[in-house]
Structures are given as structure tokens and as C-alpha cells.
Design a binder for this molecule. Structure first.
Ligand SMILES: [Ca+2]
Length: 478
């Protein structure tokens, strides 16, 4: 199938290069890969069946993984929403963009450090993946959560032909129609009582696909789920309450995953993944559509589910808003029919900034001249070609977070991870291979290793122009 497709692309390219190409342009477009990039919100690394959950049920997502490649060391570019979304759009580190916290962020005026004057929108001058694809003839749609600034910076000004449901908001007022009140309302008209947001956004995504099935399309599908407010369909909540109670009677706590409403929210995401896959099959598009599935930060472990943690990131430390792995590790799945070996696993660390160059390479669309891209194309990994460059990954969060983080930067190089905390400049060093839970800080045992990583981290911060926090003159301990 893939060979036939390559031939068709080659033929189309030849026709495209001939004079009078516009006659053949429809043929060109019909043979190019469609791209669906699904970004979940706050979904943790172990929140799918295929990534280790026994409580949450995700058969459709598990099937997607079984038909594609799953990255076991997938990362988000930040421990909160907006920076990761900016990284997906541009291929740049949040530190380089100065979009380093969720918009509009968390203010702690009496804290030890004053946070830098960071950017609360994605500037229009930034080149987005949607802009590149649209220029190359793709139909582009944004469906769901945007969270990258006020109306002048909405998706329709950032390369998307259509924006359905995207605003300045980081969360819906409600998951049930009419989806909240006033400026907390997701703008989706024509709904009815009981309509659920995850279903509705999928209806919209399917409608876009149906309308654009004859031309290449890019669908950025950013579910509001599974961010708070925790709200799900009552029958699904009841199902998971029963499942939890039955397991509890046998002494099983599902590895700490204990929130039925959250489980039901994931269930709805999965059901809708099933509907999306069914739509691609029905329209005969599955074989020429690449699907990405990932999340914007780690799972939320705050006790916001009737005093129980919302989720538990099994086997890794902490959660959303933290410097540790639970804050940034997320699922990463890519289905690329005929190219990616079904059911393959990749253990190379990958991160949100890689989406931009990967999508460009898959679609054969050139990057903008002079555009700085921090990410690396994952195509060699997806094709299992073994020529993927050695590199380190970096995080920079000069902010405080209610989830527990104080301002920090971090680097992962090979199995080593170093975190530098700005309040007192102490560092922590972990070997993630031996100690995935980050339970044993090796900084004092291995001072040379720690110092070399610290210098590497500082060089990177200078290179990207990272903004640093400063001493706060209004600091009041406690
Ligand atoms: Ca998020």
C-alpha cells in the first residue's frame, strides 16, 4: 500500500512540476498524507490501558497503539498547558518563546522569587505548523482547546481555516451543554440538554473530515478532557464506582488510580477515539492518515476528587505542576499506516517540540526560511532506521505552581536527569534507568556529573534566551 502511495506521490510530483500544473493539483493533493494531531489535556503517562492502567478502560486507544508505535519515554515540553501547546505549534522550546506558564499563570507576590515578565500569548510572527501546511494546500482545522492568548491570537489568526471551540480558556465552565457561562463558556452553538463536550468536539472533528475527505487536511484536535472540572456521564461514573468498589472488596486499589469520574472522562475520550477511527475507515481515509496522540502535561495528582487524587502516575514521581517525571511524562502514540510497524515500541525520549518537524517531514512540506526549530523529526524512529541524533531534552519553568513546583530548570541527557531549583540553587540528580521514581538524589555522590549537567543546562538557557526569576523585594517567608 505504502509503495503504491509513494509512486502516486512521485507521479503527482512530476505532474506538479510540469507547466499547467494547476490542472493536476487536485491529484497531487489527493495523494498526500492527512495529519490528525490529538492533544489531550492533563492526561497522565499511565492513564491508558496500553500504558499501564488497570482501572481506566481504553480499548480504542490501545488498538491505535497496537496499529502504530508507542513511545515509552514520551514527554511534554512543560508541566502545564499553554507552553506545551505553543511548543507543538512552533517546534520551539517554551523557554525560547518566553511562554513558560499556563495563561494567565499563577501569582505569588510574597514568594522568595519574582517571576519574569513572560509572554501570555503566541505572537502572530511565530510560524505555526498550521501556517506551513495551509500554505502547502492543506485544509486546516482547530477543534477544542487553544489556550494561547486572547482573541487577536486565536487559531483563525495562526494558520487554521476553522476554529471550533478554541478560546483563551484553559478549561470549560462545564463539560455539559451549554458548556459554562459567560467568559467560561466554550463557544459551541446548537447543542442540547445533556450533550457532552467530548462527544460534541468529536462530532465537529468528524464533520470537518467528511467535508475535506478529498483534499489533504490537518486536524489539530485538542480535547478539553481530561482537565478539571471533573464531570462525566452519570452511567459511566456509576460503572467505574462499581468497578472500584468490587476491586476494593478484594483489596485491590488499582495502583492508586481511584477516581470514578476521571475514569469516566477517559472512557468518553476513548469511545470518541473509536468514533474517529470508524469515520476514517468509513471514508477510506485510514490508509492515508497519520494520527498522533499525546498529552500536554502529566496527570493531576492533587486530591480534587472528593479528597482522593485525580489520578496516579504509576511508577513515576509526582504529577502536573512538578519538576519530576510525573509532571512531564505523557503518552506518545503515532499510527502511520504502511510505514510504522504495528505494535512497535520506541524507548528514545521524545517531546512536544518534535511534532512540528515530524509533521513537516511526513507531509513533505518545507519549513519557513530561517525558522528556528528546537525539535527533531521522529521519522527515523518511526521508520526504525536507527539514525536518530543524540540529544538532550530541557525544561524551564521559572514559576510557582499550586501543584508544588517552585521555579526550576531541568535537563535529561541519556539516563541522567538534573533539576536545578532557583530558590536556593540546589540541584538534584537522578538516573532514570536505575531509579525511574526519582527517589535517590545522586547530586552529592556524583558532584562532577551534576556539575557538568548544570553547566550544560546553563548553556542551553543562554542559547534559547530563557528568562530567569529574580529575588523578590516583597518576599515574606510564610
Ligand atoms: Ca494541561
Amino acid at each position: 500500500m505504502f509503495r503504491m502511495l509513494s509512486k502516486a506521490i512521485l507521479l503527482a510530483t512530476v505532474i506538479f512540476s510540469l507547466p499547467g500544473w494547476s490542472v493536476a493539483s487536485t491529484e497531487v493533493q489527493a495523494t498526500r498524507w492527512n495529519v490528525i494531531f490529538i492533544l489531550l489535556d492533563d492526561l497522565g503517562a499511565t492513564d491508558f490501558g496500553c500504558t499501564g492502567s488497570r482501572f481506566y478502560e481504553t480499548p480504542h486507544i490501545d488498538r491505535l497503539a497496537a496499529q502504530g508505535m508507542r513511545f515509552t519515554q514520551g514527554y511534554a515540553a512543560c508541566t502545564v498547558c499553554s507552553p506545551t501547546r505553543a511548543a507543538v505549534m512552533t517546534g520551539k522550546y517554551p523557554a525560547r518563546l518566553h511562554i513558560t506558564d499556563w495563561i494567565k499563570g499563577h501569582v505569588r507576590p510574597k514568594a522568595k522569587l519574582r517571576i519574569p515578565d513572560w509572554t501570555m500569548y503566541l505572537p502572530l510572527e511565530e510560524v505555526t505548523i498550521a501556517e506551513r501546511l495551509r500554505l502547502a494546500g492543506y485544509a486546516t482545522a482547530h477543534v477544542g482547546k487553544w489556550h494561547l492568548g486572547d482573541p487577536p491570537y486565536y487559531p483563525e489568526h495562526q494558520g487554521f481555516d476553522i476554529n471550533i471551540g478554541g478560546t483563551h480558556m484553559g478549561a470549560p465552565g462545564s463539560y455539559f451543554w451549554p458548556y459554562g457561562k459567560d467568559d467560561r463558556r466554550v463557544p459551541l452553538d446548537g447543542g442540547q440538554e445533556g450533550e457532552y463536550l467530548t462527544d460534541r468536539l468529536t462530532d465537529e472533528a468528524i464533520r470537518f473530515i467528511e467535508q475535506h475527505k478529498d483534499r489533504p487536511f490537518f486536524l489539530y484536535f485538542a480535547h478539553y478532557a481530561v482537565h478539571t472540572p471533573l464531570q462525566a456521564k452519570p452511567e459511566l461514573v456509576a460503572y467505574y464506582e462499581k468497578k472500584l468498589a468490587e476491586a476494593a472488596a478484594k483489596g485491590d486499589n488499582f495502583d492508586g488510580q481511584q477516581c470514578p469520574v476521571y475514569a469516566a472522562m477517559i472512557h468518553s475520550v476513548d469511545e470518541n477515539m473509536g468514533r474517529l477511527l470508524e469515520c476514517l475507515d468509513r471514508l477510506d481515509l485510514a490508509e492515508r492518515t497519520v494520527i498522533f496522540l499525546t498529552s500536554d502535561n502529566g496527570g493531576l495528582v492533587l486530591p480534587a476528587c472528593q479528597n482522593r487524587p485525580v489520578t496516579h502516575n504509576i511508577g513515576i514521581r509526582a504529577g502536573k505542576g512538578s519538576a519530576y517525571e510525573g509532571g512531564v511524562r505523557v503518552p506518545w502514540i503515532v499510527r502511520w499506516p504502511g510505514v510504522v510497524a504495528p505494535g512497535s515500541l520506541c524507548h528514545e525520549p521524545v517531546i512536544s517540540i518534535d511534532a512540528y518537524p515530524t509533521i513537516l517531514e511526513i507531509t513533505g512540506v518545507a519549513d519557513a526560511e530561517g525558522h528556528i526549530c528546537d525539535g527533531v523529526s521522529l521519522v527515523p524512529l518511526l521508520k526504525q532506521q536507527g539514525n536518530f541524533p543524540k540529544r538532550a531534552l530541557y525544561w524551564h519553568y521559572p514559576h510557582y505552581h499550586p501543584g508544588g513546583a517552585t521555579p526550576y530548570s531541568a535537563v535529561r541527557d541519556g539516563d541522567w536527569k538534573l533539576i536545578e531549583f532557583f530558590e536556593d540553587h540546589h540541584v538534584e540528580l537522578y538516573n532514570l534507568k536505575d531509579d525511574p521514581q526519582e527517589s535517590q538524589d545522586l547530586a552529592s555522590q556524583l558532584p562532577e556529573k551534576a556539575e557538568s549537567l548544570r553547566r550544560q543546562l546553563h548553556r542551553w538557557r543562554e542559547e534559547v534566551g530563557a528568562q530567569l526569576p529574580t529575588p523578590n523585594p516583597d518576599y515574606q517567608p510564610e
